[in-house]
Design a protein around this ligand. Structure first.
Ligand code: UCC
Ligand code: FAD
Length: 586
């Protein structure tokens, strides 16, 4: 009976078929555009072989740690067993391994070593792009660490931050420090100028003690932080608004009893995503700090950090898209429906191709901003480069964040029901994408930043934009296969020029309403030009041309389309408000 399998109490049979999981292969080798881009712009053998080796490590080792970070979320221990307050944030062993790996692989350091000269940032960000979706969100502390290093470097590293700069940019794990970026308070994260209540009380030795409440502080296990506060005068008064804000440096350390010096961790946030990483509310209660900026120059001084973290955000957005496309592509070769593999269903492949076009566009836009950053840091940026970097930083951040949510969401659907199942690891990709448009400046706040930077440059920034897009298009003249794409970008650029010329005559509220569509137009037109430019490369593939053509089928200048429909006219806001607050009359 037993041998024949007729045992009355044998294990229930659950069928012989099991779905195959999508397999993560070396993300560097799998990425035709990344490899093509690097071959075209920095064909340095050392960089390429390092990225290939790192890609192997990501697929075979790091991705598992990332998963461990997700399932072993950080927790806060307020008290030790004997009742003493310790505020200890307990993170997973995998999270700690990520820190060591980040130092060893130079994920921050390589941005400062200058090994690849003006391409050092492209190299560093390419590595982060491979790392990000497997990093368990360790890219978040790395972004802030990079941003802090940039601020310290630009201010001039003297005591006490000289040592910190060395630690932020070292490759030695035992010396490596990460930094926080504590800007958001309960009254406001976008409107930092009105929202900051934290005060800095001067000490006799020239240092300060900070008192306030920081409402969101990510990767709070950091070793140091940059933060904003208002210096109190002798009477205890402070200056309101942006002019009252100064930038401070503080180390996160403990006293002999193991208590955090000048900090109480109120609680950890219970978040939709980014669960791998602790985000805390902090009471600053006499946190020892040093003022880094001149008094009242806090926002302007932390702007360098914002530039870097916003670029990191964009790298992570493009990386999330690339990862979901790679997995979906692999799955399409394994899963059968209606008698054939998904890869043989043209409608499914059309869906993946659309995701691929978005991913390619995002990648080229992000890398172009990294290229500009690298040029600026090597001191070889032209005026045009500098203007473009300032304009495109908020543009790339806001646009790629939205793309990432859309592409990753579509990507989850391509796995059918399995895309919704937690222990596949796939839903976390979507949850983590959702934050990209919120932190480091929301879409609207960054759209307004674009307007401000355009207004403050007296047209110079837009002039740089128009000339650069035209020069990219000029390189494609005579390439017949790209002609429809060139025509579309050229046409959209003319529409944008008309819109911008007319803007001077409009009431201030008009441009505010147009801000988001203007930012989207800047992103889509520029990306179209980059895709065309890449497709003109002598070694470009037919798919590079096809991607450019497909991208340019979209509405590249939504600000002109919406303007023609009267969307920004003065009659619109009351109608919008009436619609939003529409209620039954009785
Ligand atoms: O959210 C956070 C997340 C931490 C996790 C990091 C993850 C990174 C990616 C990881 C990937 C996985 S940290 C908090 C981030 N918070 C924000 O981003 C704040 C959003 N709000 C804004 O950006 C606002 O526009 C403000 C706060 C900058 C507005 O402040 P003000 O004071 O009203 O701004 P003003 O008057 O426009 O600017 C004051 C000065 C001016 O310089 P001066 O005085 O010389 O004319 C501006 O030109 O600051 C300068 N400035 C800038 N400069 C302002 N913004 C910029 C900028 N973006 N670039 C250069
Ligand atoms: P609000 O400013 O209240 O915005 C609410 C809405 O209003 C948004 O949709 C916004 O776009 C819109 N809005 C605001 N102003 C305007 C305007 N003028 N015109 C049109 N629309 C407008 N902050 C830190 O400092 N450090 C951190 O480490 C950190 N980590 C974070 C981690 C996570 C997971 C999250 C979710 C947030 C984190 N933040 C951090 C905070 C983050 O930077 C802020 O939440 C963000 O900047 C938005 O600020 P807010 O929450 O006050 O939203």
């Amino acid at each position: 009976w037993e041998a024949a399998g007729y045992l009355p109490f044998s294990r229930a049979k659950i069928g012989a078929f099991f779905q195959e999981r999508p397999v993560l292969k070396n993300p560097f080798l799998e990425d035709a555009l990344l490899r093509g881009y690097l071959k075209r712009h920095m064909p340095d053998k050392a960089a390429v072989s390092d990225l290939r080796a790192f890609g192997e490590r990501v697929a075979n080792e790091v991705d598992g740690w990332g998963r461990e970070c997700e399932v072993t979320a950080p927790r806060l221990v307020h008290f030790d067993p004997w009742g003493r307050r310790v505020d200890h944030i307990v993170t997973s062993p995998a999270w700690k391994r990520m820190k060591d790996l980040s130092a060893q692989e130079g994920l921050v350091a390589s941005g400062y070593e200058g090994t690849f000269w003006e391409w050092s940032r492209v190299y560093q960000m390419s590595k982060l792009y491979l790392f990000s979706p497997s990093s368990g969100l360790y890219t978040c502390p790395l972004a802030m660490t990079d941003g802090a290093a940039k601020v310290i470097q630009s201010i001039g590293a003297s005591w006490p931050v000289k040592e910190a700069l060395g630690r932020l940019t070292t490759r030695q794990p035992e010396r490596f420090w990460t930094s926080g970026q504590w800007m958001t308070e309960r009254q406001g994260g976008s409107d930092v100028a009105s929202g900051t209540e934290t005060v800095a009380v001067p000490q006799t030795d020239g240092s300060f003690k900070l008192h306030g409440f920081k409402w969101f502080t990510s990767a709070t296990d950091a070793d140091m932080t940059l933060t904003l506060a208002r210096v109190q005068d002798g009477t205890g008064a402070t200056t309101p608004g942006s002019r009252g804000l100064s930038l401070f440096y503080a180390e996160v350390s403990r006293d002999e009893d193991g208590r955090l010096k000048g900090i109480e961790v109120q609680r950890l946030k219970d978040k939709l995503g980014t669960r791998q990483m602790p985000t805390a509310e902090l009471l600053l209660d006499g946190l020892p700090a040093h003022r880094l900026s001149e008094e009242g120059r806090g926002v302007a001084s932390i702007a360098n950090m914002l530039t870097i973290t916003r670029i990191h955000n964009s790298v992570s957005a493009a990386a999330a898209m690339r990862r979901v496309v790679q997995l979906a592509r692999d799955y399409a070769t394994r899963r059968t429906a209606f008698g054939k593999l998904l890869k043989d269903h043209p409608l499914h492949i059309q869906t993946l191709a659309r995701m691929e076009v978005e991913t390619r566009g995002a990648f080229l836009l992000v890398m172009d901003v990294c290229r500009l950053l690298g040029r600026e840091e090597c001191g070889i940026a032209t005026q045009l480069d500098t203007h473009l970097l300032r304009l495109l930083t908020p543009v790339v951040k806001l646009y790629t964040a939205k793309q990432a949510v859309a592409v990753v969401s579509e990507g989850l659907e391509s796995f059918g029901g399995q895309g919704y199942i937690e222990d596949t690891g796939l839903p976390g990709l979507l949850r983590d994408a959702q934050v990209l448009s919120i932190w480091e400046g929301t879409t609207n706040v960054l759209s307004l930043d674009v307007l401000r930077c355009v207004a403050r440059s007296s047209g110079m920034v837009l002039h740089a934009y128009f000339s650069h897009v035209k020069s990219l298009l000029a390189g494609a003249s005579g390439v017949s296969s790209l002609a429809p794409a060139v025509k579309a970008v050229d046409g959209a650029l003319s529409e944008l020029e008309v819109f911008v010329r007319g803007a001077a005559t409009k009431a201030p509220g008009y441009m505010e309403l147009a801000a988001r569509d203007l930012a989207y137009s800047l992103a889509r037109i520029y990306t179209g030009a980059l895709l065309i430019d890449h497709a003109c490369w002598i070694e470009a593939s037919p798919s590079d041309t096809y991607a450019a053509l497909r991208w340019c089928e979209n509405d590249l200048c939504p600000v002109a389309t919406k303007q023609a429909r009267g969307c920004f006219d003065s009659g619109t806001p009351p109608l919008d408000a009436a619609l939003v607050f529409d209620r039954p009359t009785q």
